[in-house]
Design a protein around this ligand. Structure first.
Ligand SMILES: Nc1nc2c(c(=O)[nH]1)N[C@H]1C(S)=C(S)[C@@H](COP(=O)(O)OP(=O)(O)OC[C@H]3O[C@@H](n4cnc5c(=O)[nH]c(N)nc54)[C@H](O)[C@@H]3O)O[C@H]1N2
Ligand SMILES: Nc1nc2c(c(=O)[nH]1)N[C@H]1C(S)=C(S)[C@@H](COP(=O)(O)OP(=O)(O)OC[C@H]3O[C@@H](n4cnc5c(=O)[nH]c(N)nc54)[C@H](O)[C@@H]3O)O[C@H]1N2
Ligand SMILES: [Mo]
Length: 840
């Protein structure tokens, strides 16, 4: 692939280079970026055509946008269908019947705001603002807006992804990497350069280790999977670590078909091979490493043979993959969600970081980059860790030790909040605000338990572009949200900084920005000075940069006019740690307590987490529960993404459902045959905790003892009212996964590795929707806790005791910070060191 050739081939004039909006006949074309809703983790450059009635009629990729170079995924190509879909919410709604009956009354925005303002003010006065829980989901275009609103208008510190145990998405990798190397890391496939692959300093990686991630389908966390394919066209080799054979796995030098939940053991064994065969980068380690001796010691005895047994792999393949990675001139690790959806979340993150560290593949061309959000907006990773006056909320906010002391996100631990809802301890939540989340379909780990809990919360608002199962079941007020092409916003998640331009509107739907501005002004006018969404965006772009960073020069309209993107030169630089670009004191080194890459990590130690890579066996597995494995003979994993859907979105779209009509459970053909299951049969998947129904997809690329299920399914075409709730429980794997099951530091969850059995669905079998909404689900303890039953309450209390200990740890960290007002994040670690809080 010759990228320069591609660049030269673009007819720039035909694509109106230098303009952001123009006329083509009756159509107005806008050059902008798409994010959400509906959508994903990315911000691809698009050209949107709107007709003279203001209706979106056409979308295409913008070849002048270096981020995606004109390419789009099938969901974006189908955007016209999504934006004009008749199921979209058109007006604000107020519940008219009982919760779950799906009866609504149309109200005006003013009426909706009046009801909300009155309720919020009453709660603030009578119960305290901390009794409002704010729930938002994954990295959509709400990451900074909603925490800002929650903390400065609702004035609650309890902002979380409600029901999503263990911060089990991305956060473990973010804070783990930040602890070890002072910044976040993503792999270098030229995405930090405006010239992309043609940039002088870029070199494609020799080897990319794709680990617990399926980039071609997920395009997760600001990273387009197709970039890897482009590097493969230039010669990059692949190592795939996945229980399923994927497209990339089928083209890999090594396909390590690991047993779900055992990746940390594999990582430790690869370190053992690389260290003991002396394939390490001594130069890097000597000059920049800290605690290498402890790492060497900690991996002894944990060799490829040891891991092969645990992971179900061939020891020679483990050694071979380790050698291939370590001896490459440049190699990178493209890690994914499987990292944190196992109990060893921080353990496997440490192992992966150490693999980068021992081979010196840090911030080198084609290695793992040190990266920040463009123009330093919000240190390290933008999730709105501002404006939450933590000190004021001591005892009223739930914290997790590791997350809190990492100082990079504003996120309350969700399980203690669930506990509070269920028991009133330490307070009874009065209100739940759900914006950009769908806990029954997706983010609630124990969906039936979440259903019970949410019904205990007196007042619930849902803001979404569609009527969701969660809204039908629980909402008192539903607000219609505008889609991406209907909002003005900015994005700084990685580089470049991008603008998103409004070019159409839909009935009375309002953007997230407009909703929070309207309500912010009503609830707390002194905190909400911005005139409109553009001013708010400019404020975020220019005034929220982390101290010491490069301030963005310009404003929303200037960014829009320059074509909607601007690259941050900081991100494009290599070997930043050598150049004094990482530390606030301007010295060479990493932004860690020791100034070095920490093989022995102060951060981990400080959080009470093992500072060396560690492996924890899944709670439920052939090794830890062999007796149970006889009755539940499959290791179940879940969540591999599909091109057609983003989480619970896109199920309304006929085009997507034509490609992918039903949820699929992947089973090895021989295993299926043992149960008389054929391809396309409806199958029950059942654990000791619950069951759900998906269609069998027979595939030899999975092991005989493993199954893989799809997540987030519901059926907009089915009955909305209970017991169906759009069939949200019927195919829901989160009938089986658990809340209150986390790894060290309260981080990670076991949801990608539990034991299950399968059997054919028979017509007349009771559907889960009925079981959950009419009979309280399968977990007797849920009903018990609600009814105050002593034994069940004791069980719930035990699950919580562990988490409460973490809260204590968090308070300890917080107290330390308060002692010294200057102390933040990294400095807290230095403080710990100076005050003798060294390793035990
Ligand atoms: N189209 C689409 N894209 C999405 C999403 C979506 O719903 N749809 N969701 C977005 C979100 S929020 C996220 S977090 C990302 C997630 O995207 P990814 O990081 O790609 O994570 P997953 O899709 O869960 O799974 C990736 C791979 O892990 C494998 N796997 C399962 N268990 C294990 C294990 O124990 N070990 C290893 N090594 N591999 C395992 C699966 O077979 C799968 O191939 O995708 C984002 N992108
Ligand atoms: N078993 C299992 N469960 C999983 C996973 C798994 O792999 N396996 N993955 C987990 C992961 S990684 C994550 S991150 C969670 C995600 O969980 P959630 O983030 O809760 O995902 P969704 O269910 O899609 O909910 C998003 C809702 O927000 C709406 N929406 C989309 N964009 C916007 C926007 O810009 N503004 C507003 N206001 N609304 C918007 C959508 O219409 C949708 O109803 O799910 C988790 N659930
Ligand atoms: Mo996620």
């Amino acid at each position: 692939m010759d990228y320069q050739e591609f660049l030269d081939s673009i007819d720039r004039k035909a694509y109106h280079e230098g303009e952001w909006r123009w006329q083509e006949g009756d159509l107005t074309v806008t050059r902008t970026n798409h994010w959400s809703p509906p959508g994903c983790h990315n911000g691809c450059g698009v050209l949107l055509s709107v007709d003279k009635d203001g209706k979106l009629v056409h979308i295409e990729g913008d070849p002048l946008a270096p981020f995606n170079g004109g390419k789009l995924c099938m969901r974006c190509l189908d955007m016209v269908e999504a934006v004009n879909h008749p199921d979209r919410l058109k007006y604000p709604l107020k519940r008219a019947g009982e919760r779950g009956e799906n009866k609504w009354e149309r109200i005006t925005w003013d009426e909706a705001y009046d009801i909300i303002v009155e309720k919020v003010n009453w709660i603030k006065e009578t119960h305290g603002s901390h009794t409002i829980i704010f729930d938002h989901g994954t990295g959509r275009n709400i990451g900074w807006q909603l925490p800002l609103f929650a903390s400065t208008a609702l004035e609650t510190p309890n902002v979380c992804n409600f029901g999503f145990t263990g911060f089990a998405c991305y956060l473990p990798r973010m804070i783990g990497a930040s602890a070890k190397m002072g910044e976040m890391t993503i792999i270098d496939v030229s995405e930090t350069h405006e010239m992309r692959y043609a940039a002088d300093t870029f070199r494609r990686p020799d080897v990319i280790m794709v680990w617990g991630n399926e980039p071609l389908k997920a395009n997760a966390d600001g990273f387009l999977g197709h970039w890897i394919v482009e590097c493969m066209q230039m010669g990059s080799k692949i190592i795939s670590i996945d229980p399923r054979l994927t497209w990339l796995g089928s083209r890999a030098e090594y396909f390590l078909q690991v047993r779900p939940g055992t990746d940390a053991a594999l990582g430790i064994a690869m370190l053992n091979t690389i260290i003991n065969e002396d394939l390490v980068d001594h130069d890097f380690i000597d000059k920049w490493g800290y605690g290498y001796e402890q790492l060497v010691e900690s991996v002894q005895g944990k060799d490829a043979d040891w891991a092969a047994e645990i992971c179900g792999l061939d020891a020679d393949d483990i050694r071979g993959a380790a050698r291939l990675y370590a001896t490459a001139e440049s190699a990178s690790i493209q890690w994914g969600l499987a990292f944190e959806q196992q109990l060893s979340a921080l353990g496997v993150t440490a192992a992966a970081c150490d693999l980068m560290g021992v081979t010196g593949n840090i911030d080198n061309p084609g290695g793992n980059l040190l990266i920040k959000c463009a123009f330093d907006i919000e240190k390290r990773y933008g999730l709105g860790d501002f404006k939450i006056p933590r000190e004021e909320y001591a005892g009223k906010m739930t914290l997790s030790a590791g997350i809190e002391s990492s100082d990079i996100v504003a996120c309350a631990a969700t399980d203690p909040l669930l506990h509070a809802v269920e028991t009133g301890d330490p307070f009874q939540p009065q209100m739940l605000w759900i914006e950009s989340a769908n806990p029954l379909a997706c983010s609630g780990m124990d969906a039936p338990r979440m259903y019970e809990a949410m019904n205990k919360i007196p007042f619930i608002v849902v803001a979404d572009p569609f009527m969701t199962p969660t809204a039908v079941a629980h909402a008192d007020i539903v607000l219609p949200v505008a889609m991406s092409c209907e909002r003005n916003a900015v994005r700084t998640w990685w580089t470049p900084a991008r603008s998103i331009s409004k070019c159409t509107s839909y009935y009375e739907a309002k953007s997230d920005e407009q909703i929070i501005l309207d309500l912010g002004k009503r609830l707390k006018p002194e905190n909400w000075p911005w005139k409109d969404d553009k001013e708010l965006s400019t404020w975020y772009l220019c005034d929220q940069y982390a101290e010491g960073g490069t301030r963005y020069e310009g404003d929303f309209e200037e960014l829009q006019a320059r074509g909607g993107y601007k690259y941050d030169p900081w991100d494009a630089e290599y070997y930043k740690y050598e150049k004094g670009m990482c530390r606030p004191d301007g010295q060479p080194g990493f932004d860690t307590a020791t100034g070095r890459f920490e093989f022995w990590s102060w951060g981990y130690n400080h959080w009470g987490v093992d500072p060396m890579p560690y492996h924890i066996e899944p709670k439920d597995s052939p090794v830890s529960t062999p007796e149970k494995f006889k009755e539940y003979p499959f290791i179940a994993t879940s969540g591999g993404r599909s091109c057609e859907f983003f989480h619970s979105e896109h199920r309304q779209l006929e085009t997507m459902r034509e490609f992918h009509p039903y949820p699929l459970v992947t089973i090895h053909p021989e295993a299926a045959a043992e149960y008389g299951i054929e391809d396309g049969d409806w199958v029950w998947i059942e654990s000791t905790h619950g069951r759900c129904r998906q269609k069998a997809f027979l595939f030899p690329g999975i092991k005989k003892d493993t199954i893989h299920m799809e997540h987030a399914w519901w059926y907009p075409e089915e009955e909305a009212a209970e017991p169906s709730l759009f069939g949200v429980f019927d195919s829901n794997i989160n009938n089986m996964t658990l809340n209150f099951e986390t790894g060290q530091g309260g981080i990670g969850s076991g949801i990608k590795s539990f034991l299950a059995r399968i059997y054919k669905y028979e017509p007349g079998d009771q559907m889960p929707g009925e079981k959950v909404t009419r009979e309280g689900g399968w977990g007797d303890y849920i009903v018990g806790v609600m009814a105050g039953d002593a034994e069940s309450a004791a069980q719930a209390a035990e699950g919580n005791a562990k988490l409460m200990k973490q809260l204590e740890d968090a308070k300890r960290v917080q107290a330390m910070k308060v002692e010294d007002a200057d102390m933040q994040g990294r400095n807290a670690l230095i403080y710990a060191k100076e005050h003798g809080e060294a390793a035990e």
